[in-house]
Design a binder for this molecule. Structure first.
Ligand code: SF4
Length: 548
């Protein structure tokens, strides 16, 4: 029951019924944001937009989908981070500018929004919302370049922080991830169409094949039947969000080329080995604690039971910023099964503790249902720092682990025992490819890969320091911290490259030249004939259409 979700993006081209396919895609991504949603479609070079506050099912009906014609569409489901919960901040954003109509939707948070916004306002730009996503569109519109592809590259070179973007123009659909790859963005194919989604669960709903992730730092431009890949920035160490695997992503999704369910189950197994206890039942806090609880039961041999039931029909009505209301909201959402819990020693498994108030309430509920003992197990390390990369977290002072040790937290939530996953176990569970360097763990460590411009909280290491993790280094006159993402060789790199084989995980070498890949060609760039069986995850897949 941790942080609030973030945002989900989905796009498809070319596909008849593109808006309806996007609608279904957004349905699958509803868990990533429930405050607003929108779809922008394209027909004959003209863009059509519908967006509003609310759930996907509430916003779109037959007439609204009929008003979104064409064979290409992008969509977004939103939880407010930057920009607040205001109607004007709903995505996609659509502008009419130098490059005609351009629409954009965004998952993540820029960390240099205010500096960019101030600069753009001084240059005479006006904004219609507080959203950082609108800043990206403004950068595209005011770029020096004279064609939209180069303008997007130019804009992305100015953006710091987290972004997984979909951009729609009069004749192209583009997908981009920031150089760290904080937020996920998957690429698939469906009957000749290229499909992009925050998570692969949307592909499963539509019957699309997962091909690969859009690589950190990559910009994929699809125009007609041609796709090309560019890398606007020099390569840096990717830092995908480990919390996607802890909580945000759906367990049936493949995120960062890893199955979320398998990762969470491994977290639970490691939690059981790290914090064993004599008990009668393992009970998950639904839904987010489910997979880890199964893992805990696997490793401990203690029976798994659905000892708490979640009401899935509760909207966001009860998630209010008032403590009293929030406590009531827990009761509305969760109910313990007294017959299962009465007289039992219960291992209660949840994914994280944020403020501690919700966990306290849940422990109280389980005790009130007759549990003899409640042993709380958390499948992530203590959350000690806020996130600046697209996850809505409380200020650091509001995090219960900010200035309390485990015993103090245990006493606060009133559990008999409390055990957290260690950072090392989390790194092993997500199968960090770089020994603890290959993911972002900043909300557990304070080691921010990219330091935001001026917000709380102050990271535990100063900008001048190089931490043991090597993630914080002093950088340039702008005062930005983190490894240089815009090194001196940026301008020397060829601007237009496609990684050979589209295999993913490879940033182009300077010798790579422009490569343009034909969609639907007789042989895919990865050398696999169309219609061959799907490749292993992480390789560029196949599918019958030849999308690569
Ligand atoms: S700070 Fe935490 S939630 Fe934010 S990107 Fe890093 S790991 Fe994810």
């Amino acid at each position: 029951m941790p942080f609030r979700d973030e945002c989900g993006v989905f796009g498809i081209s070319p596909q008849s019924e593109a808006a309806r396919q996007t609608y279904l895609g957004l349905y699958a991504l509803q868990h990533r944001g429930q405050e607003a949603a929108g779809i922008c479609s394209r027909e004959d070079g003209k863009l059509f937009l519908h967006k509003a506050q609310g759930h996907v099912a509430d916003i779109f009906d037959q007439p609204t989908l009929d008003s979104l014609p064409g064979d290409t569409a992008i969509g977004h489901t939103r939880y407010s981070t930057t920009g607040g919960n205001v109607a004007s901040a709903a995505h996609p954003f659509l502008i009419h500018g130098r490059f005609g109509q351009v629409a954009l939707c965004h998952n993540g948070n820029l960390t240099n929004t205010e500096a960019l916004r101030t600069e753009l306002i001084k240059e005479g730009h006006t904004f219609t919302s507080p959203s950082d996503s609108e800043v990206i569109l403004a950068l595209i519109n005011r770029a020096q370049s004279t064609n939209v592809d180069d303008a997007v590259v130019e804009a992305l070179q100015r953006c710091e922080g987290a972004f997984s973007l979909l951009i729609l123009t009069a004749d192209a659909i583009m997908a981009a991830r920031d150089p760290r790859g904080f937020r996920p963005l998957a690429m698939g194919e469906l009957a000749g169409a290229v499909v992009f989604s925050s998570e692969t669960c949307a592909f499963d709903l539509l019957g699309a094949n997962y091909l690969r992730q859009v690589e950190p730092g990559e910009l994929v431009i699809v125009r007609g039947t041609t796709a090309r890949s560019r890398f606007p920035r020099p390569k840096v160490q990717p830092k995908p969000c480990s919390f996607e695997h802890v909580y945000f992503a759906r367990p049936d999704s493949n995120v960062f080329d890893r199955t979320v369910m398998a990762t969470r189950r491994e977290m639970g197994r490691r939690l059981a080995r790290r914090h064993p206890v004599e008990a009668d039942l393992v009970v998950p806090v639904p839904d987010s604690g489910m997979s880890a609880a199964l893992g805990y039961a696997d490793a401990s041999g203690i029976p798994f039971e659905f000892g708490m039931i979640r009401n899935h029909y509760v909207g966001r009505t009860f998630i209010e910023p008032k403590q009293s209301i929030r406590s009531f909201g827990v009761k509305v959402k969760l109910n313990p099964v007294r017959d299962l819990l009465e007289g039992k020693r219960v291992v209660l498994v949840d994914d994280s503790i944020v403020r501690g108030t919700t966990s306290k309430k849940i422990v109280e509920m389980v005790r009130a249902a007759g549990a003899k003992e409640v042993h709380l197990r958390i499948s992530s390390p203590p959350t000690t720092h806020s996130c600046f990369y697209g996850i809505d977290t409380p200020s650091r002072e509001q995090l219960i682990a900010f200035n309390r040790d485990v015993e103090a937290i245990r006493a606060f939530v009133n559990a008999d025992t409390l055990g957290y996953l260690t950072l090392e176990d989390l790194q092993a569970s997500v199968r960090d490819p770089d020994g603890g360097e290959g993911f972002c763990y900043a909300c557990f460590t304070g080691e921010y890969p990219v330091i935001p411009e001026s917000k709380e909280p102050v990271p535990k290491s100063s900008c001048a320091a190089t931490t043991s993790g090597g993630m914080l280094r002093k950088e340039g006159p702008a005062g930005r911290c983190g490894p240089s993402s815009k090194g001196p060789d940026a301008a020397e790199r060829p601007p237009d490259v496609v990684p050979p084989g589209w295999g993913g995980g490879r940033h182009p070498a300077a010798s790579d030249s422009n490569r343009v890949e034909a969609l639907g060609s007789s042989r895919l760039p990865c050398g696999v004939p169309p219609g061959a069986p799907s490749a292993t995850r992480g390789d560029f897949g196949t599918g019958s259409s030849g999308v690569c």
